[in-house]
Design a protein around this ligand. Structure first.
Ligand code: EPZ
Length: 421
């Protein structure tokens, strides 16, 4: 079981590039089910979750191949419409094959994804959306059995208002609506940049989508989609994590190949804390700042503070001047990193949705800690960069799901970080 050993005390300086966005690549890879033929994607990150997605697509009858960061998916007649539990349980995002399979083939059998460390992760909003498009949905033996209209085998456009903003629900509905008869309007749609990237790829395949990036998306159904080529947008969560790595060590770090305005909320909070941040056309630079103040954050759907950056920002606040109140409104259990940060000496009081962080500049000291989920693992690595001594972070298979070679990127900036068995 791999671990990462972080020796605290290095000041990070230099330039580092963000990889392609995991949370854009996953829905885009599932969208290939909408169009038979060969799809080609550039800037696809080398991640466990991408491998899991390829495995699931292969189980349905697709072929895939990778050449560096270029990834190809060849879709022909599917040999199965069943996304099996053994594959879905490894990655919740597998539920994103539901919309495309239902729209293209009129049926789908998808294992219920189950929860994860950060919450129960229900899919009721996904299923309600499919029903709104005329699908019959049956839950049986831990699976979703979905069928489009038995006569036409097609879905029917509709207006769907999400009572709660859902990134995956918006993605599933958008994909399903591309081949439905008539027009679909999504209200209270998720505005995440990854959803915009998905919509842009769907339009490259011939879909008719407008409004992506706003809370109202319109999809006019078409008869057929054809494969295309697309480059995945940069990963804003990785970029934000690298920026915080520079900030927490008092370094001068420029994150290149990113979409800086995807991180406007993080930049604004870091500036409020006292950091000087330069915004370039495809880069963000944080300047050295030895002393910085605690600030409050509340996570919420984009463009507000990203829940996927909450754990990393909390690590920063553990060594800020003052007290930070961190409110998590998206997931019900996304403070799993708190206990581990406290093992490093952080002074945090976790409540149900709120964690009070009393910052202690220079106050962290090394200890063995354990990653519990993807972003928590990044948070512990960041804290290890400033903890006195050697911090050993266990269970970093969580990290490998969403960060391509994080230890290599941090080491290139001067961090003492290495993978150990
Ligand atoms: C996506 O998850 C991301 N995953 C998550 O990133 C991210 O944290 C999340 O969006 C929010 O930004 C991928 O893109 C693969 P949601 P998703 O549907 O789509 C509730 C990471 O670290 N909900 O927007 O599952 C849900 O429980 C991962 O990269 C329902 O109640 O998130 C949550 O409380 C972690 N019913 C809230 O909505 C539903 O049917 C937001 O979930 C669906 C969601």
């Amino acid at each position: 079981m791999d671990k990462i050993l972080v020796t605290g005390g290095s000041i990070l300086n230099g330039r580092v590039s963000a990889s392609g966005a995991k949370n854009a690549a996953l829905p885009i890879l599932f969208s290939t089910l909408l169009a038979e033929g060969e799809h080609t994607f550039d800037n696809v990150p080398l991640l466990k979750d991408i491998e899991s997605t390829a495995e699931l697509l292969q189980s349905l009858g697709c072929e895939s191949s990778r050449d560096g960061h270029t990834f190809r998916v060849r879709v022909s007649k599917l040999k199965s419409f069943e996304a099996h539990y053994d594959l879905v349980r490894k990655m919740r995002a597998s539920i994103l094959c539901l919309g495309p399979m239902l729209a293209k083939y009129g049926e789908a059998i998808v294992s219920l994804p189950g929860g994860c460390a950060i919450g129960t992760r229900p899919i009721d909003l996904h299923l309600d959306a499919m029903k709104a498009l005329g699908a019959e949905i049956e839950l049986r033996d831990g699976y979703v059995f979905a069928k489009a209209d038995q006569k036409t085998k097609r879905l029917k456009g509709a207006t769907v208002l999400f009572e709660k903003t859902t990134v995956g629900g918006t993605q599933n509905l958008m994909m399903a609506a591309t081949l439905a008869d008539g027009t679909t309007i999504i209200e209270n749609a998720a505005k995440e940049p990854e959803n915009v990237d998905l919509a842009n790829y769907l339009n490259k395949m011939g879909a008719k989508i407008t409004g992506q990036g706003t809370s109202v998306i319109k999809i006019i159904g078409v008869e057929k989609l054809t494969p295309a080529r697309h480059s995945i947008i940069p990963d804003r969560i990785e970029a934000g994590t690298l920026l915080i790595a520079g900030a927490i060590t008092g370094g001068d770090v420029t994150v290149e190949k990113c979409q800086p305005h995807d991180l406007d909320c993080l930049v604004s909070k870091m500036r409020e804390s006292g950091f000087k941040i330069d915004i370039g056309t495809d880069s963000l630079r944080v300047h050295p700042q030895a002393k910085f103040d605690a600030v409050d954050i509340t996570t919420a759907p984009h463009p507000l503070f990203a829940t996927d950056l909450q754990a990393q920002f909390m690590a920063l606040m553990t060594v800020a001047n003052g007290t930070s109140v961190i409110t998590e409104t998206v997931f019900e259990n996304r403070f799993m990193h708190v206990n581990e940060l406290m093992r490093l000496g952080a002074d945090i009081t976790p409540k149900i949705q709120v964690a009070v962080v009393r910052g202690k500049p220079g106050g962290l000291s090394a200890a063995p800690v354990m990653a519990t989920d993807l972003r928590a693992s990044a948070s512990l690595v960041l804290a290890g960069l400033v903890a006195k001594g050697e911090t050993l972070v266990g269970r970093i298979y969580h990290l490998d799901r969403g960060y391509e070679n994080l230890e290599g990127k941090l080491s290139s900036l001067g961090a003492k970080v290495k993978r150990v068995l």
